[in-house]
Design a protein around this ligand. Structure first.
Ligand SMILES: [Zn+2]
Length: 204
């Protein structure tokens, strides 16, 4: 109980409604935390001329591999999942709605653009990224040797410190398309909390 006899645990910090621009934002009485989940899967094909795989890029980091993703933009499944986790946490339309894959402007697009837009929307709602945790599932290439560079790139795009980003790799034990190296799958969760003064002065 607080000094005035009120239960302090029920009092939440308030936040100006004018930082909200539609969708879900943080306002008095709303829960302080928001969790977002993102998932993506891309087929992997041999690089041209044998297949239609794009150069393999993950978390914005080019990785040498004999196969590459097929699909939306540059096929970066990790950045797509990060984008969807952030958008999901604020109740915004998902990446496919904001950036349709039949729009030729997005063909081959650096997926960092999508993350930056999601981060902008998070900040516009008076929220900040507390952490991002990602699991990449693919038989090959190995993710571990690239995890640090990937975390650094995601932190750069998300405008947060690198210790707020975690990326880990798993295999699929040789099972199914992912295990046979014909696809890559990514899961991402993120936690958003009310921003501090950086949101109020527009610096984040
Ligand atoms: Zn994707």
């Amino acid at each position: 109980m607080g000094r005035a006899g009120r239960p302090t645990l029920l009092r939440r910090p308030s936040y100006p409604v004018d930082v909200l621009h539609g969708g879900i934002g943080y306002a008095p009485g709303m829960p302080a935390y928001r969790i977002g989940h993102g998932f993506d899967l891309h087929r992997l094909e041999a690089l041209p001329p044998e297949g239609e795989g794009r150069p393999f890029v993950l978390g914005g980091v080019p990785i040498e591999h004999t196969a590459g993703p097929v699909g939306h933009s540059d096929g970066d499944a990790l950045l797509h999942a990060v984008t969807d986790a952030l958008l999901g946490a604020i109740g915004a339309p998902d990446i496919g709605q904001l950036f349709p894959d039949d729009d030729p402007r997005h063909d081959g697009q650096d997926s960092g653009v999508f993350v930056r837009e999601a981060v902008r929307r998070v900040a516009a709602r008076g929220l900040r990224i507390e952490n991002i945790d990602a699991t990449v599932i693919c038989q090959r290439p190995k993710i571990g040797p690239h995890a640090t560079a990937i975390c650094e790139r995601i932190a750069e795009l998300a405008e947060c410190s690198v210790d707020r980003v975690n990326v880990k790799g798993k295999t699929h034990e040789g099972v199914d398309a992912v295990g046979e190296g014909r696809a890559i799958e990514v899961h991402v969760v993120t936690l958003l909390t009310p921003a501090d003064d950086r949101a109020k002065d527009g610096s984040c």
